[in-house]
Design a binder for this molecule. Structure first.
Ligand SMILES: Nc1ncnc2c1ncn2[C@@H]1O[C@H](COP(=O)(O)OP(=O)(O)OP(=O)(O)O)[C@@H](O)[C@H]1O
Ligand SMILES: [Mg+2]
Length: 330
């Protein structure tokens, strides 16, 4: 393992018995020598919303799949709510709910029936399942769609129904894989609100996403993942603070950007480092006021004409770029 990558030892001060989700060297090697998840160590605390943030192909779905018995690990261990999910998959399925990355609603059933039969499948009596389905529709604002075929739901409604179904049997852990991918901003925010409310009431929530705003606004703690490995793990605030900068200046100009980067890094007051991302230089600055005019002056004196300039606070995107040298966006 590289010296500068996250060692996996910081699983918090939790022992395996206190953690609701605990992975020890969890590994998945797919046929064809594809190492999707590489010795993952993780401990999720009771009641927290824990995020796995990473780009396409990072290994998020494979990790969630192993934790939820859909994918068999090729190494390591995974414990959810005290149950070894590989050894006791049937038992494990009782203690978690899953919202997978793709729509898995039963098209032969209507909206209400999708909830009702899920309850029955999980051992509820008819009366209890009926009450739980009715209550689920109210909570997720789907009551007026009770008899509609699931095909008639919008993406946001279908996703709400998937969450309602996943928590119907009152699991202690809820897994969501890219819950808002493909949703419009309004539906995305509505779902975040629902998850925020759920969080106060019950299950530990494990969410995978490549959306940094989602990870930032939703998660108590998160792990940044790439190529099957965890690169960093902390609260969103802690991760952003780890960059060390309070301002990120993005500069685009004509000419050799590597030269511009070096120039800005050397001459701008408070500059910590300059990183080239695509055709843009991201300059990390700490404790400097009036940085924009200074950037312009330094660039122009170096013979560069700036074509685009913006300023922002550090985001999880900044953290990801700092760790991997690449952009998190699609
Ligand atoms: N069934 C499979 N067989 C072989 N390789 C696979 C299989 N499923 C996933 N992979 C590979 O494993 C790696 C991790 O994939 P995974 O789906 O876990 O990533 P992800 O982070 O969920 O990505 P996305 O954001 O696209 O959903 C990728 O390189 C992927 O191509
Ligand atoms: Mg995925």
């Amino acid at each position: 393992m590289d010296e500068d990558t996250y060692s996996g030892s910081d699983t918090g001060a939790l022992g395996p018995s206190e953690a609701v989700i605990c992975c020890e060297r969890l590994t998945k090697l797919y046929p064809g020598d594809i190492l999707a998840v590489d010795r993952l160590d993780l401990a999720v605390r009771p009641g927290e919303i824990f995020g796995l943030l990473g780009p396409n192909g990072a290994g998020k779905t494979t990790t969630a799949g192993m934790l939820t018995t859909r994918i068999i690990p090729t190494g390591g261990k995974a414990i959810v709510a005290g149950i070894d999910v590989v050894r006791h998959p049937a038992l494990a399925k009782q203690v978690f709910g899953v919202v997978p990355q793709t729509n898995t609603l039963d098209r032969s059933l209507n909206v209400w029936e999708n909830l009702y039969f899920h309850g029955r499948f999980f051992g509820m009596g008819a009366k209890e399942a009926r009450a739980a389905a009715d209550a689920g529709l109210v909570t997720f604002r789907l009551t007026d769609r009770a008899k509609a075929p699931v095909m008639a739901l919008s993406g946001g409604m279908a996703q709400r129904l998937m969450v309602a179904r996943a928590i119907l049997h009152r699991p202690s852990v809820l897994f969501l894989d890219e819950p808002t991918a493909g949703l419009d901003p309004q539906s995305r925010i509505a779902l975040w609100e629902i998850l925020g409310k759920l969080h106060g009431e019950g299950p530990t929530i494990f969410v995978s996403t490549h959306n940094m705003e989602e990870a930032d606004s939703l998660c108590d703690r998160l792990a940044i993942m790439d190529h099957g490995r965890i690169l960093a793990l902390d609260t969103p605030e802690g991760l952003k603070a780890s960059v060390g900068a309070d301002t990120i200046v993005s500069v685009t100009a004509a000419g050799d950007m590597a030269v511009l980067g070096r120039l800005l890094e050397e001459r701008v007051d408070g500059a910590l480092r300059a990183q080239q991302v695509g055709g843009t230089i991201q300059l990390h600055v700490k404790g400097a006021t009036g940085v924009l005019p200074e950037v312009v002056t330094v660039a122009e004196r170096g013979g560069f004409t700036i074509t685009d300039l913006s300023i922002a606070e550090p985001s999880l995107e900044t953290v990801f770029i700092s760790l991997t040298g690449k952009d998190l966006r699609d």
